[in-house]
Design a protein around this ligand. Structure first.
Ligand code: NAD
Ligand code: DAU
Length: 357
């Protein structure tokens, strides 16, 4: 998309959404409207590098609030929606599934209906070019055995309340395309990691605990496998699919980086031993804890379709991406302190509430 467009990003104060917005503002001429409810996972400090741009606007809105979502469409007249807002943490979905059902299913439905009403009222190029991009996860496919990869044809077999809610949202998006013709694309991605990741997830939790001399809790035997992708590679893939993905299609996105959790933790400890020798050996902090209920054994994405059709492939290897990530956490004490102290939740009213573009 070369001419300036307005992209409405939901969940833009989260880990991946903020990476997408930083790329749009830094690398493209487009405007971005960030719709985010600012749950515990939303952090406007992650947008500090771009939030003063005249091409960025923030709307503190819950995607389940139909009237407010309709107002945002009316006021900002977007050319595309990138839908990332979600409850995203599997462990929280096990202890409290209600928010997952509400945001991931009811919220996606509410957004789809607002997008459909808005799109129905468009005409000409604006209508033809409109896109609704749904951002989803490889967890909808369930768990793999020792061999094979998830492809776009793999049957859905979600196992956690989180993945079941994301699978439901994928089905709603598909139905809104087939029934109403809404121009949609869907992507299903593997585990992301990188800067600005909330430290409840494996990689940032291990980095920060290791730096603070706290235990590194490894679920079960640590032999579960995830396929890791650096967040900026994901953001680039999302922009590629938004621009050139075929309507009604889904694209799997992954890093071809399968690692056991133990391998990930050992790699973090080795980098920290080098960068913070005073805490070495960090691996002494590894602690085995009871397993996550229903813990999926292995995820691995076949990212061949997006590479063949759209020419996307990751730029970072796991080694380069992980080193950048550890270095970022060591260099960004302000962001880390804001999150760990809870201060980041007071940032909205004080700093970035801004409705105009
Ligand atoms: P995140 O938890 O870091 O961020 C989610 C954002 O959504 C937060 O800013 C939060 O405030 C916002 N939000 C939550 N409920 C909302 C609501 N009702 N209304 C408006 N905003 C709301 O999540 P993430 O890791 O950045 O993931 C983003 C998306 O990508 C999710 O849809 C997730 O399922 C998907 N995904 C994540 C990964 C991963 O590894 N993190 C991998 C594949 C797909
Ligand atoms: O696969 C994509 C998914 O990746 C996304 O859809 C989710 O939003 C995202 O949270 C992530 O889910 P996981 O459950 O794989 O991520 P998490 O970081 O919670 O856990 C990664 C692995 O590490 C998993 O096997 C559980 C394990 N783990 C996690 C934590 C937090 C531990 O062993 N110890 C921990 O403390």
């Amino acid at each position: 998309m070369r001419r300036m467009k307005t992209i409405l990003v939901t969940g833009g104060a989260g880990f991946i959404g903020s990476a997408v917005i930083r790329q749009f503002i830094n690398d493209t001429p487009h405007r971005v409207v960030n719709i985010d409810k600012l749950t515990y996972a939303g952090n406007l400090q992650s947008l500090a590098p771009v939030s003063t741009s005249p091409r960025y606007a923030f709307e503190k809105v819950d995607i389940c609030d139909a009237a407010e979502v309709a107002r945002v469409f009316r006021e900002h007249q977007p050319d595309a929606v990138m839908h990332l807002a979600a409850e995203s943490h599997v462990d929280r979905s096990i202890t409290g599934p209600a928010a997952f059902i509400q945001t991931n299913i009811v919220g996606t439905y509410t957004l789809l209906e607002a997008a459909r009403q808005y799109w129905n009222g468009l005409d000409g190029d604006k209508k033809a070019g409109f896109r609704f991009h749904h951002i989803s996860t490889d967890e909808v496919y369930g768990s793999l055995g020792d061999d094979g990869f998830f492809t776009e044809e793999t049957a859905y077999e979600p196992n956690s309340p989180y993945s079941a809610s994301k699978a439901s949202s994928d089905h709603l998006v598909r139905a809104w395309h087939h029934t109403y013709g809404l121009p949609v694309v869907t992507t299903n991605c593997s585990n992301n990691y990188g800067p600005y990741h909330f430290p409840e997830k494996l990689i940032p939790l291990m980095i920060l605990n290791a730096c603070n001399g706290k235990p590194l809790p490894i679920y079960g035997k640590g032999d579960n496998i995830r396929d890791w992708l650096y967040v900026d590679d994901h953001a680039r893939a999302l922009r590629t699919v938004l621009e050139r993905g075929r309507l009604g299609e889904t694209y799997n996105i992954g890093g071809w980086n399968e690692k056991t959790n133990l391998e990930v933790v050992d790699a973090i400890c080795a980098i920290l031993d080098e960068l913070r020798p005073q805490g070495a050996p960090h691996a002494r902090l590894k602690t085995y804890v009871p397993d996550r209920p229903g813990h999926d054994k292995r995820y691995a994405i076949d990212a061949g379709k997006i590479e063949r059709e759209l020419g996307w492939k990751p730029l970072e290897t796991f080694e380069t991406g992980l080193r950048k990530t550890v270095e970022w956490y060591l260099a960004n004490d302000d962001w880390v302190r804001g999150v760990t102290s809870g201060e980041y939740q007071n940032w909205v009213e004080q700093n970035y509430t801004n409705r105009s573009l």
